[in-house]
Write a protein that binds this ligand. Structure first.
Ligand SMILES: [Zn+2]
Length: 142
């Protein structure tokens, strides 16, 4: 299951508007979202005022049970506060498992630890490297 929510974004032209953005994605269930990430299209929105497409950077929870990967992807700029976000990640991970059991495995909880990323590019690099190493897609087996 993947989740979206409505959030305010600001276009470089200054226009502020509300759009639906992905906040959590499960690429085993929604493999097309993985393709979107690799193509740099996830959470790219178009400004209704100037028609310019831009990337609305938000925190994203990226899950791939088949690859045993759970990634907390924070905006790239947050890297300067890395220890703080790592702490938050582990707290949020514990809470999420309690509050959203269905979002994770139906019967078993994740036994592996989450991985932290800063910026989707950071995650994309790892996904691509993983494919090269194993010679197959690390994620999203259909
Ligand atoms: Zn605009």
């Amino acid at each position: 299951m993947s989740f979206t929510n409505y959030d305010q974004v600001k276009c470089p032209c200054g226009h502020i508007f509300e759009v639906e953005l992905y906040s959590s994605i499960n690429v085993q269930q929604d493999p097309e979202l993985r393709e979107k990430i690799l193509a740099g299209e996830l959470n790219v929105v178009v400004c209704p005022e100037c028609s310019m497409p831009f990337y609305a950077e938000r925190f994203i929870l990226y899950l791939d049970p088949s690859a045993e990967l759970i990634a907390f992807v924070y905006p790239a700029l947050f890297v300067s506060d890395r220890p703080c976000w790592e702490k938050k990640m582990f707290e949020d991970f514990e809470n999420a498992q309690k509050e959203l059991p269905d979002f994770f495995f139906k019967e078993q909880k994740f036994s592996y630890t989450p991985v932290i990323f800063f910026g989707l590019d950071n995650l994309v690099e790892v996904l691509i490297t993983g494919e090269e190493k194993t010679g197959k897609k690390v994620l999203s087996e259909k």
